[in-house]
Design a protein around this ligand. Sequence first.
Ligand code: DC
Length: 220
Amino acid sequence: MNLPPVIAIDGPTASGKGTVAFLVAQKLGFHYLDSGALYRLVALASEKQGIDVNNGPALGELAENLQISFKDGEIFLGGEDVTEAIRTEANGLRASNVATQPEVRGALVGLQRSFRQKPGLVADGRDMGSIIFPDAKLKVFLTASAPARAERRYKQLIAKGISARLEDLLQDLVERDARDSNRGASPLVLAKGAQVLETSDLSIDQAVQTVLDWYHSTSA
Ligand code: DC
């Protein structure tokens, strides 16, 4: 069976992988999967339902039955537009917690793989190249230094009119990196065959172009 090609872009929080993955997908006319959004949706839904972040079985069942839909870049949970609500720092931290539960990860595997449609998919997350799409045509590990990532997040929040302290953001990000990298279930790791893209000193356009060049050289 000839499955559509996948470009897997993994990396730590605030590395810019979401923006880069989205733009690469646009350039190639591929579908785009923001897998972090799925963990963020489980986090938000579990909070609404009062489910504890350590209750793996209940979270797994919730993840299995999520009523989600994507429309024109907006995300709906049971009919409610939660595009903004899932992006808060607090919900991101909660997502990092629920994502440690193997039941949650298992419940989301099929949904993530269903995004692999013609003509191809760009998927971003933590385990796209290692677990979800181990046969990806190109695997990128996109990263930047912790201070560079904290500064990017700070600028994004300020641009949105949300007040933030750089020191707090840096501390949250270091904690989140540690949890995402040290958990037992599908930790953030450098997938076998992944190419590292260090973006601390790269513009978004340069990062996008590098991924496109790498992809074209795998297809050549
Ligand atoms: O990429 P993000 O910041 O939106 O992801 C939110 C959290 O979800 C992140 O801290 C860890 C988790 N996550 C994961 O465990 N596996 C993925 N493939 C994507 C995200």
